[in-house]
Design a protein. Structure first.
Length: 371
């Protein structure tokens, strides 16, 4: 296995191609988990997914995150899944294109550090640090200041091992409410290289953007969207704040998204379009604004928003199954299934917005990816 380009240093080398890619903004799909009908790893389709994301033009993948299913840790699959993805993209990347490998780390400080060490050994470049989540005996929950203090100490400990991408997770799936003061301290941590803002809440997204704007590290920490409900809006937005008597602008430059694990070719094209629109293409900007709500509409079906996101993972699996990139919708948790009416909703959004799909691209390359 190739050694990490970053050599597990707590700060990215700002001159590296990987650091430039992360800073300029790119498409990072959250990698799903392909299973057989007996809920064992389907290695052939798992490799095909990694190859698909690479060939679709994404700038990296995130593995071991929510879309990969947190239950991989309970099944002893965390390290094997990370290793398989890293090995696959390293072998597929024959032209040595800059390609970010991000590992999701979660749990207690001890567990998150241990997972970061695994990621470093397997050649990953950064970790997406899931926020603390309540456990059955968690005496911190309900005490916001203690949660924030714990989360900061945890981030510093993980940052001793790997560069850190922070993660503001929506409350609907048990993410903690985190204050502006928390994010202001978080982005000053030297090992933090980016923040994925995914609170699904405009006010809280603004908290993160303002924290970066007011930080001494504003040129070192890049803001990514995880707000699947406002993807295009986020990529086109300027966040401008008065700092020390002058305007400071922060942009969301890329995304690390479960939504982008499907129709990835189109996601890459749309991301490139948002970059050109931000550079002054007013006609493209108008077109993207008209399409932005269609992307949100599609996400509502994919992520099962009407049922509080209960079917978000199998919804993604259903699209990949239809394209041949998965054999089925199976999840490690047998209770995790599509919600009633969700498949019909997917049919509706595909009929309404066929330009969002990349079925022809997948069909053209599928046999090659499955070899």
């Amino acid at each position: 296995m190739a050694q990490s380009v970053l050599n597990a240093q707590p700060v990215l080398n700002p001159q590296s191609e990987l650091a430039k890619l992360l800073h300029e903004g790119t498409v990072i799909p959250a990698h799903p988990l392909a299973l057989n009908a007996d809920r064992t790893l389907d290695e052939v389709h798992q490799r095909a997914l990694s190859r698909y994301y690479f060939d679709a033009g994404s700038g990296g993948i995130a593995v071991g995150v929510h879309s990969t299913q947190f239950e991989i840790r309970d099944h002893g699959m965390y390290s094997p899944i990370l290793e398989l993805a890293a090995e696959t993209v390293d072998e597929w990347n024959t032209q040595n294109r800059p390609f970010l490998k991000v590992a999701g780390v979660a749990g207690t400080t001890e567990n998150a550090v241990a997972e970061a060490e695994i990621a470093a050994e397997l050649g990953y470049h950064a970790v997406l640090l899931s926020p603390p989540r309540p456990g059955p005996e968690d005496d911190l929950w309900g005490r916001p200041e203690e949660i924030e203090r714990y989360a900061l100490d945890r981030a510093r400990a993980v940052g001793e091992v790997m560069p850190v991408i922070g993660f503001y997770l929506q409350e609907a799936i048990r993410g903690p409410r985190l204050s502006f003061d928390f994010w202001r301290q978080f982005v000053e941590i030297e090992s933090v290289v980016a923040v994925k803002a995914a609170p699904f809440n405009r006010y809280r997204t603004l908290d993160v953007a303002r924290a970066i704007a007011e930080s001494s590290r504003r040129d070192e920490v890049t803001l990514y969207t995880g707000n699947d409900d406002t993807i295009v809006h986020d990529l086109l937005s300027d966040f401008t704040f008065d700092v020390d008597g002058g305007p400071v602008k922060v942009n969301i430059r890329g995304g690390l998204l479960g939504h982008w694990s499907v129709w990835t070719k189109r996601a890459v094209e749309m991301h490139q379009q948002t970059q050109r629109a931000r550079e002054g293409d007013r006609g493209l900007l108008s077109d993207l604004m008209s399409k932005a709500n269609a992307v949100t509409d599609a996400n509502g079906a994919l992520f099962d928003a009407v049922n509080n996101f209960a079917g978000c993972i199998p919804g993604v699996h259903e699209i990949l199954r239809r394209q041949g990139l998965m054999q089925g919708r199976w999840c490690l948790n047998p209770q995790e299934v599509v919600s009633p009416g969700q498949v019909d909703e997917l049919d509706r959004v595909i009929r309404s917005h066929p330009w969002l799909t990349d079925d022809e691209f997948v069909a053209e390359h599928l046999d090659e990816w499955l070899r």
